[in-house]
Write a protein that binds this ligand. Structure first.
Ligand SMILES: NC(=O)c1ccc[n+]([C@@H]2O[C@H](COP(=O)([O-])OP(=O)(O)OC[C@H]3O[C@@H](n4cnc5c(N)ncnc54)[C@H](O)[C@@H]3O)[C@@H](O)[C@H]2O)c1
Length: 326
C-alpha cells in the first residue's frame, strides 16, 4: 500500500482528499498542526500533529511512514488576512514550503502535488482563465502560492522532483456521507456564510459589490465540489511518474455563478430566507473568475462529476444541518 503524506490533511480539502485516497487503496498520513483543521476530520490513516516549521519532524515523518508522494495542502489561506499580515503568509506558505521541499529532497521523496489557487492570476484580462493567462497576484496570499510554484519548477529542473500544481477555483460542498465538511473559524467562504445567514448563525450576509458589470451586478465565481478536487489529486498522483511538460492545471467547472445565484440556491435547497445587506465592493475582488479546465480534462483525464451549484449547495447544507442543527 502506497503511503501519501497530506500536509494540511485535517483541513477542509485535505480531509476529503484523505478519504478518497483511502477508498482507492492508499494510506493517507496526515501532517497538520491543527491551527485551522480539526482532529475529528482525520479519520483515515495515521495522524502526525506537527508544524511545517519543523524540518526535522517532516523528514522523520517521511522516513517513518515510508512516504511515496506528498500532497501539500497546508497553508494560510485568508486573502484579507494576507493583506494585513503578509509576513505570516510568506513564512507559512513560502518558508515552510521550502522546509518541506528540502526535507523531501533529503529523504529521497520525489513526488508532490501542490494546492495552488486561481488567486495568482489577479484581475483577469480574458475569461475563462487558461493556465497561460498572465500571473499578477493582487494580494500576498496569491503571490505566496506563485512563489511556491516557482520553487517547484526549479526543484524539478535541478533535483528531479516530479511535481504538479493544481490551481483550485472556489471549493464548495461536502462529503455526501456527511462525515466531513467545511468548518473554518473565521469562515470567509461564501457558501457556508450564506448557509450561516439562513440558519441565523450570523445576522445577515454582506454582499460585497452589487454594481459589477455582471448580469445581476454581483461577483461571479466558479464553484467546484470538494470531492471533485479530491479526485483531481488522485488523478495527478497517478500521473506523477510520467514525465510531462504540463505541470499546472486549473480546476473549476467552467460555470460561473453570482453571489445572488448562490443566495437563491441556498434559499431553494434549505427552504429558508437568507437575510443580506448590500455593501460596497471590496478592494481586490475581481468581478468574475471562471476556469478553463480543459488541460486537466485532457492530460489528467479528470472530469468534475458535480456540475451544478444546487448539487454543491445541497451537500454543504446536508453537512451543516447535521453539524450545526443537531
Ligand atoms: N478552499 C478553497 O476554496 C481554496 C481555493 C484555492 C486554493 N486553496 C488552497 O487549498 C489548500 C487547502 O485549503 P482548505 O480550504 O482545505 O484550507 P484549510 O485551512 O481548511 O486547511 C489547511 C490546513 O493546513 C493546516 N496548516 C496550516 N499551516 C500549517 C503548518 N505550518 N503546519 C502544519 N499544518 C498547517 C491547518 O491546520 C489546516 O488544517 C490551501 O493551501 C489553500 O490555499 C483552497
Amino acid at each position: 500500500m502506497k503511503s501519501i503524506l497530506l500536509t494540511g490533511g485535517a483541513g477542509y480539502i485535505g480531509s476529503h482528499t484523505a478519504k478518497l485516497l483511502c477508498q482507492k487503496g492508499y494510506r493517507p498520513v496526515v501532517f497538520d498542526n491543527l491551527s485551522i483543521g480539526h482532529q475529528w476530520a482525520v479519520n483515515r490513516g495515521p495522524f502526525v500533529k506537527a508544524d511545517l516549521a519543523d524540518k526535522d519532524q517532516i523528514r522523520q515523518t517521511l522516513e517513518d511512514y515510508e512516504i511515496e508522494a506528498v500532497v501539500h495542502l497546508a497553508a494560510s489561506a485568508y486573502v484579507g488576512e494576507s493583506m494585513e499580515n503578509p509576513r505570516k503568509y510568506f513564512r507559512n506558505n513560502v518558508v515552510n514550503s521550502t522546509n518541506l521541499l528540502e526535507a523531501m529532497d533529503d529523504a529521497g521523496v520525489k513526488k508532490i502535488v501542490f494546492s495552488s489557487t486561481c488567486a495568482l492570476y489577479g484581475n483577469p484580462e480574458t475569461l475563462p482563465l487558461t493556465e497561460s493567462h498572465r500571473k499578477h497576484p493582487i494580494n500576498p496570499y496569491g503571490d505566496s502560492k506563485l512563489f511556491v510554484e516557482h520553487m517547484l519548477k526549479w526543484h524539478g529542473e535541478v533535483y528531479g522532483l516530479n511535481w504538479t500544481a493544481l490551481r483550485y477555483f472556489n471549493a464548495g460542498g461536502a462529503d455526501p456521507d456527511c462525515e466531513i465538511g467545511e468548518d473554518h473559524d473565521p469562515e470567509t467562504h461564501l457558501i457556508p456564510l450564506v448557509i450561516y445567514a439562513a440558519l441565523g448563525k450570523i445576522k445577515q450576509l454582506k454582499v460585497f459589490g452589487t454594481d459589477y458589470e455582471t448580469p445581476d451586478g454581483t461577483a461571479i465565481r466558479d464553484y467546484i465540489h470538494v470531492n471533485d478536487l479530491a479526485s483531481a489529486h488522485l488523478a495527478a498522483l497517478e500521473k506523477l511518474d510520467k514525465k510531462s511538460t504540463e505541470n499546472v492545471f486549473n480546476l473549476g467547472t467552467g460555470i460561473g455563478n453570482s453571489v445572488k445565484e448562490v443566495i437563491k440556491s441556498v434559499e431553494k435547497i434549505t427552504g429558508l430566507k437568507v437575510p443580506f445587506q448590500e455593501s460596497p465592493r471590496r478592494m481586490g475582488d475581481p468581478p468574475a473568475l471562471v476556469a478553463d479546465s480543459q488541460l486537466a480534462r485532457n492530460k489528467l483525464g479528470w472530469v468534475p462529476s458535480c456540475q451544478s451549484l444546487d448539487d454543491i449547495v445541497e451537500t454543504a447544507w446536508n453537512w451543516h444541518k447535521k453539524h450545526h442543527c443537531s
